[in-house]
Design a protein around this ligand. Structure first.
Ligand code: IVH
Length: 670
């Protein structure tokens, strides 16, 4: 293919991918399979690699991320980004309508919308291309987060139809509930502290430097406001529909995300509908926004210092009640994290009786300045667990004692620790603190680890309390008589369990490693470690430097791995498991050659012939090691399309040999 043909093909593929992206993420009506989409994308990536002069800033390949933002530049908004005045009662909405009627002496049409609970964004388009996305900031100036916004699939990179030459569109970026729950489940698995709610998570995600992580987080958007459009548009509703025609994800009438009405009753009906229905939405809203539709009327109404007079937000009542704090107790999680819990005088809140509320961590208790016997305000917000949002100071007894965070673990009395930069206290007694010990056994037997069937948490509890198992190695000495004597354990279940324990000896090393429950070592990291070091003894011996040389292993994981193996009791458990016959080394794939013996190779970008993982395997089969980042120790960098510019820069600066995929294949087959 010559350059001219490539240019045409890149344009064709880009248009095609943009269309299918739109059908999938905006219309929710895909025409091709994910596989077909990926194949088209791959084709485009390859072409862009070969003809980088035609790879544009708004290529669909940017959706997968890769660009790093070292510093988010401050940008002054072309049109100030105001906020809305809030109201909390229907009366306030009626007052607002009456005020408006004093200025506008004609029929008024209102547009009702959802108030998305996310992060406000202003996106500028020039000649139909996304050029810049800026956060609200202080309303006058915000931060340029364009690289990250380009990864959000529902935000078009290129527009269709009769769009204006230069304009800005505003809206909200948010994290759907499902994505939020998935992300927290992943974090829980590796012992990371959990994110509090979808809004903060969306906001934190948009400020990440690595757009690849942003791309994986599944952010979504709704856009609702046009600025700088000198079209013959009469009003807001028309503007929103136009934006929809240009390819934006906008609220539609068909699912009542937007509605026009001429009456206060119509507004109230919309409010009542969503107050109930909001719990069935796949994302969070915190209210309703009501706007005067006509641009002409909007202009007559104008602005106050902070917000337009032609719009108002109705905020849903967070269900809030006052009750007495009886006691603060502390829970110890599977990973040793300590969570303070407020035990409350039972009270009805949003249809359920609330007796307990999470206090999250020591800082939260400090922030609330919580005292014994305080009367506290409890709210049920987006989170399922109710939270304490304040204290009624007037009802505080003078002599009441301030709540001091405990110093020792409530389960095993070990002194608690709090690591630098972390909000959570931990009990460091990982192997002998009962909830942690039981939690580790539960993790060890879980499906993705040793997959031991027939051992629920109740049975573990029973075995633990009878001192039949104290840690995972004790599972392998359980016998039929011990099991059959347990309550509710039938002969068949006992035999099945024993068989399942026996079968677990065949589980590959990387899953055994994952099952050990080393903090921050999830499934993927366990695989990488197993691949790199081949057996447990090499991992135990590995220096910090060797660990961080490994693909995807950073400082935090390396320290955690080293700490785990410094603990004698962990080494003892591993020794026992080894003696019972569990797998502690990888089953070696046959070596192809020793051409890369002693060489550290870093792979970056996407490739034509092999996937990245296949290349990594080839490196190992030819005697080499995979490195995670380019450093003085790196021997080769295999550079693919869309590779991180930082890696390329580092490799050039360090004089590291850069190979294309073809050159690499030649090297190992020579
Ligand atoms: S219109 C002049 N419409 O609420 C203000 N805002 O305090 C124009 N928001 O910063 C905003 N959903 O982030 C508007 N349908 C909606 C909205 C909405 C959420 C957010 C937005 C804004 C804040 C207002």
């Amino acid at each position: 293919m010559n350059a001219e043909q490539a240019k045409i093909e890149i344009e064709r593929l880009s248009d095609l991918l943009n269309r299918h992206n739109y059908l999938y993420y905006v219309e929710s009506n895909p025409e091709i399979s994910d596989y077909e989409f990926d194949m088209l994308l791959l084709k485009l990536q390859e072409l862009e690699k070969e003809f980088p002069q035609f790879a544009s800033e708004n290529s669909p390949t940017k959706r997968v991320g890769g660009d790093i933002t070292k510093k988010f530049e401050t940008i002054v908004h072309r049109f100030p980004m105001l906020s809305l005045s809030n109201s909390y009662s229907e009366e306030e909405i009626t007052d607002w309508e009456n005020r408006i009627k004093k200025t506008i002496d004609e029929d008024i049409e209102f547009v009702c919308e959802l108030k998305y609970d996310g992060v406000a964004i202003g996106i500028q388009y020039k000649n139909g291309e996304l050029v810049r996305a800026v956060t609200r900031g202080d309303g006058e100036k915000g931060e340029d987060i364009t690289n990250n916004v380009r990864t959000i699939r529902s935000i078009p990179l290129k527009l269709k139809g009769d769009f204006p030459a230069d304009f800005e569109i505003r809206g909200e970026i948010f994290m759907p509930q499902k994505q939020f729950q998935k992300l927290n489940a992943e974090r829980e698995e590796i012992g990371e502290t959990l994110f509090a709610n979808p809004r903060n998570t969306a906001s934190g995600t948009l400020k990440l430097q690595d757009s690849k992580i942003v791309a994986d987080r599944g952010l979504d958007s709704y856009l609702y406001g046009l600025y700088g459009v000198n079209h013959n548009l009469n009003g807001h509703f028309e503007a929103v529909s136009k934006a929809g025609n240009w390819g934006f994800k906008v609220p539609l009438e068909k699912n009542r995300f937007i509605e026009r009405t001429n009456s206060i009753e119509g507004i109230m009906d919309f409010i009542h509908f969503w107050d109930k229905e909001r719990e069935n939405l796949p994302f969070e809203i915190d209210g309703i926004v009501i706007k005067v539709n006509s641009y002409n009327q909007q202009q007559k109404l104008g602005f106050t210092a902070k917000s337009p007079r032609w719009a108002i937000a109705f905020k849903f009542k967070a269900n809030r009640v006052e009750t007495k704090l009886l006691e603060v107790t502390y829970q110890v999680g599977r990973t040793g994290a300590i969570t303070p819990v407020a035990n409350l005088e039972p009270i009805l809140l949003g249809g359920t009786t609330v007796k307990r509320a999470s206090l999250h961590n020591a800082d939260q208790i400090e922030k609330l300045d919580l005292h014994q016997g305080d009367f506290v305000f409890v709210e049920k917000g987006g989170e399922i667990i109710p939270k304490i949002v304040g204290v009624n100071d007037e009802k505080r007894e003078q002599a009441s004692q301030k709540i001091e965070f405990i110093e020792n673990c409530p389960e095993c009395q070990t002194k608690l620790i709090r690591r630098d930069g972390e909000a959570q206290h931990y009990c460091p007694n990982e192997n002998y603190c009962p909830p942690q010990a039981k939690g580790r056994i539960e993790h060890f037997i879980s499906r993705k680890a040793l997959n031991i069937d027939g051992l629920g948490s109740e049975t573990i509890e029973l075995l633990y309390s009878k001192e039949l198992i104290k840690n995972v190695s004790d599972l392998y000495v359980l016998n039929f008589d011990q099991l059959i004597n347990l309550e509710r354990m039938a002969e068949k279940s006992a035999n099945n369990l024993l068989k399942s324990i026996e079968n677990s000896k065949l589980i590959p090393f990387e899953r055994v490693l994952f099952g050990l429950g080393i903090r921050y070592v999830g499934e993927t990291v366990a695989k990488k470690l197993a691949r790199q070091f081949k057996n447990i003894d090499e991992i135990i011996k590995a220096s910090y430097e060797e660990l961080i040389e490994t693909d995807e292993i950073g400082e935090k994981i390396a320290i955690s791995v080293q700490q785990f193996f410094l603990d004698e009791s962990n080494l003892e458990i591993i020794k026992k498991l080894k003696d019972f016959g569990l797998k502690f080394k990888i089953e070696e794939k046959e070596k192809i050659s020793a051409k890369l013996e002693g060489k550290i190779v870093v792979v970056s970008g996407t490739f034509e012939t092999f996937s990245r993982d296949e290349l990594k395997e080839l490196i190992e089969q030819n005697g080499g090691k995979n490195g995670s980042s380019v450093s003085g120790k790196t021997d080769y960098l295999i550079a693919g399309a869309n590779m991180g510019p930082a890696k390329l820069k580092a490799a050039n600066a360090l004089g590291i040999k850069i190979l294309s995929e073809d050159e690499f294949i030649k090297l190992i087959s020579s």
